[in-house]
Design a protein around this ligand. Structure first.
Ligand code: ADP
Ligand code: MG
Length: 422
C-alpha cells in the first residue's frame, strides 16, 4: 500500500516522499487509517517496523486539516535519545507545513531549560518529552495544556520497565480528558493491557505478530568464557573486514569502559567508543553522531540504546553478554536490519548465561545456531540446557497474587529436618 492511498494532505505526502518512504509498513497500513479517524489506538509491533510514522502522520494530518492552536499534541517517550530522534522525524514530516515542534528532556544545561520553557509557553504544537522533565515544567504552572488533543505513549513497555507509571499518571492529570490517545509498544505484556484499559477509550487494538527479530537478521551465537570474548571479537572482525558499523551490547554499565579499552589495546587500528546513561547528554549525542557518520566503527552500549534508537546501516550487533530480559534481546538485535535490510547478530554465551539464552529462544520460538569457537581461543564452555528443577524455583507459587519465594526454601528445610511439623 502506498501513502497516497491514505488520503493525506499533499504537503505531508511530499515530505514522506522526500524521506524515501514508498510503501507503508504493515503496522502503518493497519493503524494509520484507524488513527486518522480519531480512534484511541493500542498498537503492538516489533522494533524497527515503523511505529513512529504510524502516530506522527495521523497527528500531522489532523493539525494541517483542522488547524493547530498552541500546544495540541504530546508524545511521551522513555529516553532523551528517542525524544530527539522522534522530533527529527517529525521535523521531516512537517517540513512543508506550519506545524512547530520541540523535544523536551532532562539535560545538564540551564539553556535547555529556558528554551524548553519558551517552547512550552509560546504554544509549540507538538512536544516530544521524557516524563520527568515534562512534569518539572508542568508543576511550575506555565504550560497551557487545555488545547492538547493528541497524546501518544511511545515505547509504553519500556516506560513501565523504567518505572514511569506514576509519572505518566501525573501527566494525565494535567491534560484534557477529551483527546485521542495512542499507545505503542513492542510487547503486549499484561501490564501494558492494564495501563491501556485505564487510559484508552474504546481503543482499536492493532497487533502485528509477536516480538521476534526481523526476518533479515542472521542470528548466531558462540559459547565463550568471559576471558575469551575480546579475542572472539578480533576473530569476528578479521572475518568481516567490510563491516563498518558494529554495535556491541552489554548489560553492565561498568563493563563499557573496560570493553572499549580492551578492544582499543588488542585490536590494531579499530575505532571504538562507549556510551551509557552515565554519560552527559552532549557527550552521548556526540558519540552517537560519530557512530552514525561511520567515523567510529564500533560502539559499545548498554540497553538504553537498544530500544527505539534508529541508526541506519548497522551491519552487526554483538551481544557481549546475554540480556537479562528476553525482550531486550529482540530490541538489541532489532538495531540491525532495520526496515527490511539485512544484518547479523552474534551473541556470546557464558556458562552462567545459558538459562537466560534458553528463555530467549523460547520467546523467539527458534533455536539460534551455536558456532564452534575458533580453536586458537581454547576450550569453550559446553551448551547444556539446564535441568527442569532449576526452572521450578523460578516460577514459585503465587500467594495473594504475589510470588511466594520463601515457600520452597522452607519446604526444603523442613524436609531436611525430617519434616518435624508434619
Ligand atoms: P519502531 O518505532 O517500530 O521501532 P521506527 O519508526 O523507528 O520503528 O522505524 C524504523 C526505521 O524504518 C526508521 O529509519 C524509519 O525511518 C524507517 N521507516 C519507517 N517506515 C518506513 C517506510 N514506510 N518506508 C521506509 N522506511 C521506513
Ligand atoms: Mg519506536
Amino acid at each position: 500500500m502506498t501513502f497516497e492511498e491514505f488520503n493525506i494532505d499533499e504537503r505531508l505526502l511530499e515530505a514522506i516522499s522526500y524521506m524515501h518512504f514508498e510503501k507503508a509498513s504493515p503496522i502503518q497500513e493497519k493503524a494509520i487509517p484507524v488513527a486518522m479517524e480519531g480512534n484511541d489506538v493500542l498498537a503492538c509491533a516489533q522494533t524497527g517496523t515503523g511505529k513512529t510514522a504510524t502516530f506522527l502522520i495521523p497527528i500531522l494530518q489532523d493539525l494541517v486539516t483542522n488547524g493547530a492552536h498552541g500546544f495540541t499534541s504530546l508524545i511521551v517517550v522513555p529516553t532523551r535519545e528517542l525524544a530527539i530522534q522522534i522530533d527529527q522525524e517529525l521535523q521531516g514530516f512537517s517540513y512543508f507545513t506550519d506545524t512547530t515542534s520541540k523535544a523536551v528532556y532532562g539535560g545538564d544545561k540551564g539553556m535547555d531549560w529556558d528554551e524548553q520553557k519558551r517552547a512550552l509557553t509560546e504554544g509549540t504544537n507538538v512536544v516530544v518529552a521524557t516524563p520527568g522533565r515534562l512534569i518539572a515544567h508542568l508543576r511550575l504552572g506555565y504550560v497551557k495544556c487545555n488545547n492538547i488533543r493528541h497524546l501518544v505513549l511511545d515505547e509504553a513497555d519500556r516506560m513501565l520497565d523504567m518505572g514511569f507509571i506514576d509519572d505518566i499518571r501525573q501527566i494525565l492529570g494535567y491534560i484534557p480528558k477529551k483527546r485521542q490517545t495512542m499507545m505503542f509498544s513492542a510487547t503486549m505484556a499484561p501490564e501494558i493491557r492494564k495501563l491501556a484499559n485505564s487510559i484508552l477509550v474504546e481503543p482499536q487494538m492493532i497487533s502485528i505478530a509477536i516480538a521476534k527479530p526481523a526476518e533479515g537478521v542472521k542470528q548466531s551465537a558462540y559459547m565463550a568464557h568471559p576471558y575469551q570474548k575480546i579475542d572472539l571479537i578480533t576473530h569476528i572482525l578479521a572475518q568481516n573486514p567490510d563491516y563498518d558499523s558494529i554495535l556491541i551490547f552489554t548489560s553492565t554499565k561498568k563493563l563499557i569502559h573496560s570493553i572499549v579499552n580492551s578492544i582499543h589495546n588488542h585490536i590494531k587500528g579499530v575505532t571504538v567508543e562507549g556510551i551509557s546513561s552515565d554519560f552527559e547528554q552532549n557527550e552521548r549525542e556526540e558519540v552517537l553522531l560519530r557512530f552514525k557518520a561511520k567515523q567510529t566503527r564500533i560502539l559499545v552500549a548498554t540497553d538504553v540504546l537498544s530500544r527505539g534508537i534508529d541508526i541506519k546501516g548497522i551491519n552487526l550487533v554483538i551481544n557481549f553478554d546475554v540480556p537479562r530480559d528476553a525482550a531486550d534481546y529482540v530490541h538489541r538485535v532489532g538495531r540491525t536490519a532495520r526496515a527490511d535490510a539485512k544484518g547479523e547478530a552474534i551473541t556470546f554465551i557464558s556458562e552462567a548465561d545459558i538459562p537466560k539464552f534458553v528463555r530467549i529462544e523460547t520467546l523467539i520460538e527458534k533455536s539460534v545456531e551455536k558456532l564452534p569457537l575458533p580453536q586458537e581461543l581454547g576450550e569453550a564452555p559446553i551448551w547444556k540446557i539446564p535441568a527442569e528443577k532449576s526452572k521450578k524455583r523460578f516460577y514459585g507459587k503465587r500467594k495473594n497474587g504475589k510470588r511466594n519465594f520463601f515457600r520452597r526454601k522452607s519446604d526444603k528445610e523442613n524436609s531436611k529436618k525430617g519434616n518435624p511439623k508434619q
